[in-house]
Design a protein around this ligand. Structure first.
Ligand SMILES: *[C@@H]1O[C@H](CO)[C@@H](O)[C@H](O)[C@H]1NC(C)=O
Length: 148
């Protein structure tokens, strides 16, 4: 654990609301580079997503391309199978990103992930992609979550 995450953990233990940088896997960000994935609330990893609540997802990335649009595609990987996951607004340009997207600029993609109360309490891997005009991934990240 580096000094920064140590400091964040201390703040979290003191009861501050906090977002811990999430451990993620880059699943092929072809037209960008991810530097950070934040999920809030997330006080332990894998992040616990509480049913009936919303979690905020904040992905920091640098674009390697120019793009007019950005579209999010989310899957939950359950027992090895990707299941499409509906998010309220798939338009990245309405999720914290000011479009058109320019290179080499840093962007924060931020959105809410509603966790429905009817979801089963399972562990799964979330795969989150943000596609550019040419349907290439500005980012593709995978992170494990636990629905509680
Ligand atoms: C996303 O994270 C960045 C970097 O920590 C921060 O500057 C930005 O305000 C966050 N955006 C939202 C909507 O939380």
């Amino acid at each position: 654990m580096d000094a920064r995450s140590g400091f964040i953990v201390v703040l979290c233990l003191m009861g501050f609301t906090c977002a811990v940088p999430v451990k993620y896997i880059d699943c092929g960000s072809a037209s960008g580079k991810v530097t950070m994935v934040d999920i809030s609330p997330c006080d332990s990893q894998p992040c616990k997503l509480h049913r009936g609540q919303s979690s905020s997802v904040n992905v920091t990335f640098t674009s390697d391309v120019e793009s007019q649009t950005s579209t999010a595609v989310v899957h939950g990987i359950i027992a090895g199978l990707p299941v499409p996951f509906a998010i309220p607004n798939a338009d990245g340009c309405k999720s914290g990103i000011q479009c058109p997207i320019h290179k080499p600029q840093v962007y924060h993609y931020a959105t809410e992930l509603p966790v429905k109360s009817e979801y089963p309490t399972i562990k799964l891997v979330v795969e989150w992609e943000l596609k550019d005009d040419k349907k290439n991934d500005l980012f593709c990240v995978k992170f494990p979550v636990q629905i509680v």
